[in-house]
Design a binder for this molecule. Sequence first.
Ligand code: GLP
Length: 237
Amino acid sequence: MKKTIFKNYEEMSTAAANIVAAAIGAKPNIVLGLPTGSTPCGMYSNLVAMHKAGKLDFSQVKSFNLDEYVGLQENHNQSYRFFMQTQLFNHVNILPQNTYVPSGTAKNLEEAAALFDKKIEEEGGIDLFVLGIGANGHIGFNEPAASMPAYTHVVDLTKQTIEDNARAFFGGNMKAVPKKAITQGLATILQAKKIILLASGKSKAAAIESIDKKILTLNCPATMLHLHNNVELLVCN
Ligand code: GLP
């Protein structure tokens, strides 16, 4: 596992965008795995700038997002679909039908989860997955637990994640944060051909230290990335 520590958030975001842009350049019909959260915002704005400068073409790109809150409509301003539209999709020439975000409002969520995995498989699998990380080491919404479903599934959010996300996105209102989410499973994620993980700030230091220990534990789901042979950590303070 390669790890690069950047001087600041801007440098980390530029490096992440360069990795994604190079991958799109090498394979214009690439299948991307994409994250939400505050960490990847800088990467997304760099990608938008490259596209607007005529240097990056998303016309054949397909994307599969990591996760979505259960119960939020797509146009809810805290849904991950809304986040992706406003951070990236609305500003580049990716085709709407090529952007997949798990549905948090499907009547049968388990069925929707299984169909999501099937769609990834039909598209030939994810070539490059960009990940963020939760303070507790979660990836997507795979929360620390004794065991967890391997593939895309519905999950109960932990108190820490609800608090973290209330602070960051829901104006501090814990009651407004959905208690469940649908997330790609660790096995879904680990099937990607290449993975980069972005971590910014002190709140992620403990989770990154856990990865550094090279011990696999579901207490810190991100440690499972050691099972993959092409992972790069991009870290800044
Ligand atoms: C949410 C998302 C994760 C993301 C995490 C960190 O919980 N489900 O995919 O990595 O937030 O968010 P931030 O980058 O805002 O710290």
